[in-house]
Design a protein. Structure first.
Length: 643
C-alpha cells in the first residue's frame, strides 16, 4: 500500500477528461522519487520537527496526512486513515515536510531564489488552465482552483517547491554513471555456474497406513478446522454510474453541434498544410553554405550531418502552428515558397534557418454538415464528462452531508444492485465453478476494506464507470460441517501422513550427506522411490529464462559446496533434496556486453543515491530535530478521528 502513497508525489495537474482525476490537484506539482515534496506553509500547534530555523507544526502534519488520504480516495483507492498510518504514511508525510523545508532553506541561504515570474510562466503554460483557444485563461484558472478548494498561494508554493527541487536535486538525480571496476564483481557473479543434483521424494510414494477411523478424522478436523473454514463473506451493495445510466443527458442536440461549429473558429476553414525539413545554424555564412549544398542537389539531411547538425521535420503543419515553433518571418518564407523549394537562410531569435518544403496540401473547408459527426462525438464526450462529474459531485455532497447509501440513491435516482455473499476475491464458495464478474471486482475489493456501517464510498472502475458502494451484509467465517466434507478430511489426513514420511526420508538424506556419504549413496540407503536429476546452471541462464525460478533452484544459489538441504514441494506433493557439488567462477572480462549491461543497471540507481545523499547532507548541515512525543500524539489524534 505504501507504493500508492509514494505515487501521490508524482502527479501533475492536467486537463484529463475523466471525472476520476479532477480531485487529485491538491497534491499536484510534487517532487520526484527521492523527496516527495510539496509546499511547506506555516501552521499552528505544537512543533513536530525543527529544520534549521523552520518549525513544522502538528497542524501541517495532520493536514498533509488528510490530503494524502483524500486524494488516494479520489483516485479510487479505498484507504482509511488507519491503513495509511499502518503502512508508514505518517512517517513519509513528515519526511516530505522536512525535505521541503530543508531544500527551500538551503536554497535561500545560498542565494538561490525562485522568482514570481518563474511561477507565473509555469502557471501560464499549464494546459489545465488554458481556454478553448489554447491560451491561459484566468476564468478557467480561478474556477479550477475554486472547485478543488486550493488557495492560489498554496498552488504557487507548490510550484516554488517543485522548482527548487528541479534546480537543486534534479542534477544529482540525473547522474547515470558507474565505473567498470564497480561492475566487474557483479558481472562475475552473473556468470557464476553451480553444479549439483536434485532429488524429489514424492508424497504419493509413501505408505500412510490404513484408512483413518471416524475418531481420527474428527480429531484431525478439529486440529485443522481453519483450513475447512469458509472465510468471511460479504454482500456488497452498489449503484453503478456509467454512460448507459446517464441516458439522454449525454446526447448532443443539433443546436449544441451548431454552437460547437461556430465556436471552432477557423478549425474547419480552408487551410494549407505543409511538410517542412529545417536546419538551424548559428552563423549566417555557414547557413548559406548549407543552403547552397541543398540547392545543388545534396539532401538536407546529408548537408546537415556534414556540418555536424541534426535536421528537424514538421509534418502536415499549418502556418500559425509553424510560426509558434519558429518565428513569423520563418513561417512567411516557408509558406511563400513552392513545393520542393529550398528556403533561406532566414533569421529568427534561434539562429539562421535553412528549410526545404517537402509537400504542400490544400485542405478544403468543411461545412457544418461535413463536420457534423466529428463535432457530435466531441460534444457527446464533453457532455459525458460533465454529467459524470455532476453525478459524482452530487454523490460526494450527499455523503458529506451524512447521507446513507439509500439516501444517496434517493437523491441521485440511481438503482441499487447487490452481489451474492462473496469472498474478498469475488468468488462465491457455493458456486466454485462460476468466475467472478471482473467489472465489479474493484467494488468487491472496496467493500472488504470498508467498515461495516460506515459511510458509502465512491469507487472508480474505469474512465467512464464508477459506483457508490456500501456493505449490505456480512457472513462471518464459518467452518464447513464435518458430515459434508468427511471424505475430503480423511484424504487430507492420509496426505499429511505421507508428507511427514517424505520429509523424514529427505531429512535422512541431508543428515547422511553431512556425515560424509555421497549424495547418491545417501538416497539409495533410504530404500524409497525418488526422482533424480543433475543440475548445471548459471545465474545468467536463470536471468534469460524470464520466468519464475523454482524455489529448489534458488536454494542451490544460497548453499555451500558438498552440502544438501531439503525444501517442500508445492501443494504437499513431497520434498526436494538439493545437493551442491561445486561452484565454478568465470572471468567476465571477455564479455564486454555483459559488463556494460551491469554498469547500466548500477548506473540507473546512482542518481537516486546521489540525490538521497545530497538531501541527507543538507539536513545534516541545517540540523533536523524531531519531537517524538508530539509525533505520537498526532498519530493518536488521527486514529481517534478515524475515517
Amino acid at each position: 500500500m505504501l507504493s500508492f502513497f509514494r505515487n501521490i508525489t508524482k502527479s501533475r495537474i492536467g486537463l484529463i477528461v475523466v471525472f476520476l482525476v479532477l480531485g487529485i490537484i491538491a497534491l499536484a506539482f510534487a517532487a520526484g522519487d527521492v523527496t516527495g515534496m510539496r509546499s511547506v506553509t506555516t501552521g499552528s500547534g505544537a512543533v513536530v520537527a525543527r529544520v534549521g530555523d523552520r518549525n513544522i507544526t502538528e497542524k501541517e502534519l495532520k493536514d498533509r496526512v488528510q490530503i494524502a488520504v483524500d486524494n488516494l480516495r479520489r483516485r479510487g483507492q479505498t484507504v482509511t486513515v488507519e491503513q495509511f498510518l499502518a503502512a508508514g504514511g505518517l512517517e513519509q508525510a513528515l519526511d516530505q515536510l522536512i525535505n521541503s523545508a530543508a531544500i527551500e532553506q538551503f536554497a535561500r541561504d545560498n542565494g538561490i531564489m525562485v522568482g514570481d515570474r518563474v511561477i507565473d510562466g509555469q502557471i501560464a503554460s499549464n494546459t489545465a488552465f488554458q481556454g478553448p483557444d489554447g491560451k491561459f485563461d484566468q476564468a478557467t484558472y480561478q474556477a479550477l482552483l475554486a472547485r478543488e478548494r486550493i488557495a492560489e498561494g498554496d498552488l504557487r508554493a507548490d510550484l516554488r517547491s517543485s522548482t527548487y527541487i528541479d534546480w537543486l536535486i534534479g542534477p544529482a538525480s540525473n547522474a547515470q554513471q558507474a565505473p567498470t571496476a564497480l561492475a566487474m564483481p557483479y558481472a562475475a557473479l552473473v556468470l557464476e555456474e553451480r553444479k549439483g543434483a536434485l532429488a524429489f521424494i514424492p508424497t504419493a510414494a509413501m505408505d500412510p497406513g490404513a484408512a483413518p477411523t471416524d475418531e481420527q478424522v474428527s480429531q484431525y478436523y478439529e486440529q485443522h478446522k481453519a483450513q475447512y473454514t469458509i472465510p468471511e463473506r460479504r454482500v456488497i451493495r452498489y449503484a453503478m454510474v456509467s454512460p448507459e445510466t446517464l441516458g439522454d443527458r449525454t446526447k448532443p442536440t443539433e443546436a449544441e453541434i451548431a454552437q460547437a461549429y461556430r465556436a471552432a473558429g477557423n478549425r474547419f476553414a480552408a487551410t494549407e498544410k505543409r511538410s517542412i525539413d529545417q536546419v538551424i545554424v548559428a552563423d549566417q555564412q555557414a547557413a548559406q553554405k548549407l543552403a547552397d549544398a541543398v540547392k545543388g542537389g545534396q539532401s538536407i539531411d546529408a548537408a546537415a550531418r556534414a556540418a555536424g547538425l541534426e535536421p528537424s521535420s514538421f509534418d502536415e503543419t499549418e502556418k500559425a502552428e509553424f510560426a509558434e515553433q519558429t518565428s513569423p518571418a520563418v513561417a512567411d518564407a516557408a509558406f511563400g515558397a513552392a513545393q520542393g523549394s529550398v528556403v533561406g537562410p532566414v533569421q529568427s531569435p534561434l539562429g539562421w534557418h535553412v528549410l526545404r518544403v517537402k509537400s504542400v496540401e490544400q485542405v478544403a473547408a468543411q461545412s457544418l454538415a461535413q463536420a457534423h459527426d466529428t463535432l457530435a462525438k466531441e460534444v457527446a464526450d464533453k457532455k459525458l464528462v460533465e454529467a459524470l462529474v455532476a453525478v459524482r459531485d452530487q454523490i460526494s455532497d450527499s455523503i458529506a452531508d451524512g447521507g446513507t447509501f439509500q439516501e444517496v440513491l434517493s437523491d441521485t435516482k440511481l438503482q441499487a444492485q447487490s452481489t451474492e455473499p462473496v469472498l474478498a476475491n469475488g468468488r462465491n464458495p457455493d458456486k466454485p465453478d462460476a468466475e467472478p464478474d471482473a467489472q465489479i471486482a474493484p467494488l468487491v475489493r472496496a467493500g472488504f476494506q470498508m467498515d461495516v456501517g460506515g459511510e458509502p464510498q465512491i469507487v472508480a472502475i474505469d474512465d467512464t464507470h464508477f459506483a457508490v458502494v456500501t456493505v449490505g451484509r456480512v457472513v462471518p467465517a464459518t467452518p464447513r460441517p464435518l458430515k459434508d466434507i468427511r471424505d475430503a478430511v480423511a484424504r487430507d489426513y492420509r496426505i499429511d501422513k505421507g508428507v511427514a514420511q517424505a520429509r523424514e526420508v529427505a531429512a535422512q538424506v541431508v543428515e547422511a550427506v553431512a556425515k560424509g556419504k555421497s549424495f547418491e549413496d545417501a538416497l539409495d540407503a533410504t530404500r524409497k522411490v525418488y526422482r533424480y536429476e543433475n543440475i548445471d546452471v548459471s545465474r545468467a541462464e536463470l536471468a534469460r529464462a524470464q520466468q519464475q525460478i523454482p524455489p529448489q533452484i534458488e536454494l542451490l544459489f544460497s548453499m555451500t559446496p558438498k552440502k544438501a538441504r531439503l525444501i517442500e514441494a508445492p501443494q504437499r506433493q513431497g520434498y526436494f533434496v538439493v545437493y551442491l557439488d561445486a561452484i565454478e567462477q568465470h572471468d567476465p572480462r571477455s564479455q564486454q556486453d555483459l559488463i556494460q549491461g551491469v554498469r547500466g543497471s548500477i548506473a540507473r540507481g546512482v542518481g537516486n543515491e546521489f540525490a538521497q545523499q545530497m538531501l541527507t547532507s543538507i539536513q545534516r548541515d541545517l540540523g533536523v530535530k524531531r519531537n517524538q512525543d508530539v509525533i505520537d500524539r498526532v498519530r493518536k489524534d488521527l486514529l481517534s478521528q478515524g475515517n
